[in-house]
Ligand binder design. Structure first.
Ligand code: HEC
Ligand code: HEC
Length: 223
């Protein structure tokens, strides 16, 4: 009984994220900029110094949100903003700390903790719903590679309705691109990876949805 009451109490209070910023050397700041531009998927959706997508806010825009919010948002966006289109990008603790410090300095974020919401939405989501939430901004709601964000990208998002190209891809290749993102596969880093945000079943649902869009099957040898 006592344990139950305690558990409910904890459930209401939730956890707090704190983050103490440090000043970066010019070398470290340059490294953070390079990571953001060339390696991480952030500029697929965010602008930084006039470059990048427009699905999310400008990364350097000054904001009253505390430093700990910036850190927590990069660490686990779906936890901070359930249902957000921003996927979690796995990175080492050092990279997370570096990028957060760089953005906190650019934004002039004040000190202060944030509360981490406890709720995770666990609604089953089918391929079509997931596509509209996470993919349509770049790939277009009908999969034609013409989402509102496409024009801000250096590489055109794949055209999922294109049967000629999509039939050259096995289902595993599509799965890997969605799970790992472009950078790991030697493609554009502006294509984010969703492996840390969606379940394998959800990614398979997206692969099936792309097959509906192209009305095509994968490579014969891989079927
Ligand atoms: C697929 C698009 C997408 C990608 C990729 C992405 N974000 Fe976001 N991000 C968003 C959206 C949309 C928001 C607005 C928050 C929401 O959805 O409620 C956001 C919000 C944020 C915020 C909070 C900004 C504020 O002022 O509220 C930060 C900080 C942030 N993103 C940093 C990053 C970083 C760093 C990366 C790369 C590791 C990244 N984002 C990758 C879409 C994206
Ligand atoms: C921020 C923009 C952006 C978002 C969001 C995005 N993509 Fe992409 N995607 C791209 C770009 C750009 C490419 C092309 C990369 C290249 O060719 O170098 C791409 C490529 C791909 C490919 C590889 C296709 C091929 O030719 O093999 C697949 C599959 C894919 N995206 C699926 C998805 C799915 C599914 C989602 C949503 C869960 C999604 N993408 C979200 C920008 C995006």
């Amino acid at each position: 009984m006592g344990a139950l009451v305690l558990a409910c109490g904890l459930a209401r209070i939730g956890r707090t994220q704190n983050f103490t910023p440090r000043t970066l050397s010019p070398f470290a700041a340059q490294k953070a900029r390079t990571l953001l531009r060339e390696r991480l998927p952030c500029l697929g959706c965010h602008q930084l110094d006039g470059e990048g997508g427009r699905l999310g806010p400008d990364l350097a825009a000054s904001s009253p949100a505390p430093a700990a919010f910036v850190y927590a948002m990069i660490r686990d966006p779906q936890r901070m903003r359930p249902g957000s289109a921003m996927p979690k990008t796995p990175m080492s603790p050092e990279t997370l700390e570096l990028v957060a410090n760089y953005l906190v300095a650019r934004r002039g974020s004040p000190a202060g903790d944030v509360e981490i919401p406890r709720v995770r939405d666990s609604v089953p989501r089918d391929g079509h719903m997931l596509y509209l939430t996470f993919c349509a901004g770049c790939h277009g709601s009908a999969g034609r590679g013409d989402g509102p964000n496409a024009k801000f990208l250096p590489v055109r998002p794949a055209v999922h309705t294109d049967a000629r190209t999509m039939s050259q891809r096995s289902d595993d290749m599509l799965f890997d691109a969605i799970a790992a993102g472009g950078y790991v596969l030697g493609r554009s880093n502006r294509m984010p990876g969703f492996g840390a945000t969606l379940t394998s079943a959800e990614i398979r649902g997206l692969v099936r949805y792309i097959r509906e869009l192209c009305r095509c099957a994968g490579l014969a040898w891989a079927r």
